[in-house]
Design a protein around this ligand. Structure first.
Ligand code: ADP
Ligand code: MG
Length: 455
């Protein structure tokens, strides 16, 4: 049964990721076993394992969950003997990475705590974290928590968009404490896993030992806490655990994709608790930070990557660090597989699918056309001198979007709108921002337009 599930999932993935990626990364996957709601897959090398876990791990879990709701985790292990042709059984998996942040680690130090938490990724240390303007505050706060013998702020709340380094900083804190103060018990887990444990305890009517286990740690770290938004019973339990630990002077570190105040579906009292320590956000990366990260990763991999290639990648792949790493890995993997040096040409070739997506340049003309259609005015009004509200507002929206979605300067934008002055464009941008903040309908309208334009 598990094999037929995999066939269906593999078929889906093949459509989703394309033939080339499928052949390189997914075809070699060997389905190993299904046990306790976790599917175990094997790949022949650590590199491939890491690659598949970071790039397809979440998707694999989602697809498998859709096939069979009892499956909560997909673990990917390294088995040198695993080939899709000759399926070998795994006697002893060496390395385990889990897509559900739910791999169970065993450590002789404090097994009862370890069993609750998730495995720490060895690469996610402070040493490997590249610091730049967008993350220096979060980094400093994380370091402080890791180094302080006394609790200085509680909780430390880290937030930011996907792939900006929240999990990395949390693992780094845990590693640091383990290394420098092994007697302190650190528990790291995802909010999802917290919930899963809690529900299991409820089901087996064993909430007492659940509570005891959680309340006996020195440092509790809960990743992606937005996951328990809207999950009232779990929130309630989390709230109590949180309070019990804070009262005992234990350190808590939380991460989420939004600030405490912006977390929807969270109880007010929990929000205010989360807000009561130090809140530090990770901002979107800058070009300099991306370049620094690439240099550091290339060095770690011990692979010579020409500066031009790194500049190119830092410029083109601006979404988040995970994608950036993924792109670099692909380029490196390709060069190792075919045995050729990395050049700008091979980079463009290997990443053409990725680059095509980010390459789509939105033009001011396109924006004007879309906005005019949307507000039902003539395209010519974009450049006309008419100032009635009916045409002025759409024109301002178009200027605003031109500023947001293209790299044109204010004077250039002004010129395209009937030769207007750059201060007019500046005013339009400000006006639209104000309106967006005060009028939700308007704000949704503008966001919709933006999404349509970004296609
Ligand atoms: P998040 O938890 O915020 O979604 P992660 O911590 O998982 O993001 O980061 C995604 C990937 O990017 C990880 O492999 C991480 O090591 C890497 N990364 C993010 N920020 C940095 C950084 N400043 N320096 C080095 N690597 C980083
Ligand atoms: Mg994370």
């Amino acid at each position: 049964m598990i094999n037929s599930q995999w066939e269906r999932i593999a078929g889906r993935l093949r459509d989703e990721v394309g033939d080339a990626a499928w052949r390189s990364w997914l075809r070699p996957v060997v389905v190993h076993s299904l046990k306790d709601g976790a599917v175990r897959l094997a790949l022949p090398t650590r590199f491939m394992r890491d690659w598949v876990a970071t790039h397809y791990g979440e998707r694999l879990r989602a697809l498998w969950g859709a096939e069979d709701p009892s499956i909560r985790a997909v673990d990917i292990v390294v088995d040198a003997g695993a080939t899709a042709a000759g399926k070998t059984a795994l006697a002893k998996p060496t390395l385990v990475a889990s897509s559900a942040p739910a791999a169970i680690a065993a450590s002789p130090a404090a097994p009862e705590v370890e069993e609750l938490g998730a495995q720490l990724d060895q690469r996610l240390t402070f040493k490997n974290f590249v610091v730049g303007k967008p993350n220096e505050f979060a980094y400093a706060a994380a370091r402080r928590v890791a180094e302080a013998a006394q609790v200085s702020f509680n909780p430390l709340f880290l937030y930011g968009g996907v792939g900006l380094g929240k999990t990395h900083l949390m693992h780094a804190i845990a590693w640091h404490i383990r290394e420098h103060d092994p007697s302190r018990r650190v528990l790291y887990l995802s909010a999802e896993k917290f919930m899963y444990r809690f529900i299991r305890a409820l089901r087996s009517q064993d909430t007492m030992s659940f509570k005891e286990q959680f309340r006996s740690v020195d440092v509790l770290m809960v990743d992606d806490v937005q996951f328990i938004a809207g999950k009232d019973a779990t929130q309630e339990e989390f709230f109590h655990t949180f309070n019990a630990l804070v009262d005992q002077g234990r350190q808590i570190v939380i991460s989420a994709d939004k600030s405490p105040s912006d977390l929807e579906g969270m109880e007010e009292r929990l929000k205010s608790r989360l807000n009561s320590g130090l809140v530090a956000d990770l901002h979107a990366t800058t070009y300099e930070l991306r370049l620094g990260i690439l240099e550091s990763k290339a060095e770690q991999m011990g692979v010579p990557v020409p500066p031009k290639v790194m500049e190119f990648l830092a410029h083109k792949i601006a979404s988040n660090v995970r994608e950036l790493e993924g792109a670099l890995n692909r380029v490196v993997a390709h060069s190792q597989l075919v045995g050729r040096a990395i050049t700008l040409e091979t980079t463009q070739e290997v990443l053409h699918d990725l680059l095509r997506a980010s390459d789509r340049r939105i033009t001011i003309e396109e924006i004007q056309k879309r906005v005019a259609e949307h507000f039902n005015i003539k395209l010519a009004e974009m450049g006309s001198a008419r100032r009635s509200r009916q045409v002025a507002r759409p024109r301002q929206v178009a200027m605003y979007l031109a500023k947001q979605l293209t790299s044109r300067s204010l004077p250039e934008i002004g010129r395209k709108f009937g030769g207007r002055d750059h201060t007019t464009v500046m005013h339009a941008v400000k006006k639209v921002e104000e309106l967006k903040a005060s009028d939700q309908n308007f704000s949704e309208d503008v966001d919709l337009l933006r999404r349509m334009l970004q296609g």
